[in-house]
Design a protein. Structure first.
Ligand code: ZN
Length: 244
């Protein structure tokens, strides 16, 4: 099976469309999402509709959970909070019900998906180091788990020949035959934060046992204008071109 994995779309329709076009070119058979469909950006309804139309299997992110009122907004900084409140004002009850129906984690035949960590997904903790990733790697049953949340691609690995040590790599091609477990952060479609403004996504070929992290340019100006026109904080538009 050839999977396309995307996440942290954050209501960025131009970036989402561009990644979905890339999936078509790459021969993706099934699309998975590590969550945060909404928040920050100005096209939440369109992004939800597109993911539902393509029957994407989506887990919930912290912004999705906040929009449906299940996380206290005190956990969010001021611009994130403003975007959550704006998103709540434009979504229909039915769209909110869809967000509220999203699971914290999901398994396919070949991989697992979560937003932040796998061991306590409801806490939405960040994995930014090997130590952060250890509890998730400890509970992994399938060979690969895809996550998001930090908006920075990063892979943590436990190798067959050294299973007690956690290694990390920023390589864009990962050979899963060498590892017992791999925890792969696929980066962000709609708001990358590694100073590379291009949308990020992953391709996973379960037959070849390989993962690729890819980047693709999209129309940043169009999306920034949509954010400005919606009256959202200007920094949410400006940051897209900077990749922060
Ligand atoms: Zn996010």
């Amino acid at each position: 099976m050839r999977y396309g994995i995307l996440g942290d779309v954050h209501s960025n329709l131009s970036a989402l469309r561009t990644v979905l076009e890339a999936f078509e070119r790459e021969g993706v058979q099934r699309i998975l999402s590590v969550g945060d469909v909404v928040g920050y950006g100005a096209a939440p309804r369109e992004c939800i509709a597109l993911l539902r139309e393509l029957d994407v299997a989506v887990v919930r992110g912290n912004h999705d959970t906040a929009v449906v009122g299940e996380i206290d907004l005190l956990y969010f900084n001021q611009v994130a909070r403003q975007a959550v409140v704006w998103t709540q004002s434009v979504l229909s009850d039915e769209e909110c019900a869809w967000l509220a129906s999203l699971p914290y984690t999901l398994d396919t035949d070949h991989c697992t998906v979560s937003h932040g960590t796998l061991h306590r997904p409801e806490l939405f903790d960040y994995i930014q180091s090997t130590t952060d990733g250890d509890p998730s790697l400890d509970v992994m049953e399938l060979p690969v788990c895809f996550v998001g949340h930090t908006h920075v691609p990063l892979t943590l690995l436990r190798m067959h020949d050294d299973p007690l040590r956690t290694a990390y790599t920023t390589a864009t091609e990962i050979d899963l035959t060498e590892s017992r477990h791999a925890l792969v952060n696929v980066g962000s479609v709609g708001q990358p934060r590694d100073e590379d403004p291009r949308a990020a996504y992953a391709i996973y070929d379960s037959d070849l046992e390989r993962v690729w992290i890819r980047r693709v340019s999209y129309d940043i100006e169009a999306e920034a204008n949509r954010i400005r026109k919606a009256g959202l904080p200007g920094m949410l538009a400006d940051r897209l071109a900077l990749g922060v």
